[in-house]
Write a protein that binds this ligand. Structure first.
Ligand code: ZN
Length: 143
């Protein structure tokens, strides 16, 4: 995918964030912060057994943090807790490995974040959604 298309995808997720908002009675409500940039995030998760049935987010922060969250909600909706864990690891590796695409999975719009991996300060912005989701799974496990 060319860089300008990546830019387009980021812009689109910022302009029209997917699954934005809150849920009435979430199974898990979890919040995350990236003090380095000032990004703030709240996730509402509804699990049906082991499966993530609904996900919504609210937050404010930079374009990268918000786009990464929007993309994450699209990717994880409908997935099982185990699949979500695998996606969290996959995304962390994607950011660590200089944005190298894993060959075992279609990254979808997340591919547009590959350039971010080269900007260490922004990596924290892109990871916020995923570390917050990780915390959400911990809360789920305690229920
Ligand atoms: Zn940020």
């Amino acid at each position: 995918m060319p860089d300008d298309l990546y830019g387009e995808i980021l812009l689109d997720h910022n302009r029209y964030p997917r699954n934005f908002g809150a849920l009435e009675s979430p199974t898990v409500h979890v919040e995350g912060k990236n003090p380095l940039c000032g990004d703030e995030l709240a996730l509402d998760l509804v699990f049906d057994g082991d499966s993530l049935k609904e996900i919504r987010f609210k937050g404010q922060g930079c374009a990268i943090a918000m786009a990464s969250t929007s993309m994450m909600t699209e990717m994880l909706k409908g997935k099982s807790a185990q699949e979500i864990r695998e996606w969290i690891e996959r995304f962390k590796n994607f950011m660590r490995d200089g944005g190298a695409l894993p060959d075992d999975a279609d990254m979808g719009d997340l591919e547009a974040l590959s350039g971010i991996s080269k900007l260490p300060v922004r990596v924290k912005c892109a990871l916020l959604a995923w570390t917050t989701m990780e915390e959400g799974l911990k809360q789920l496990a305690k229920k």
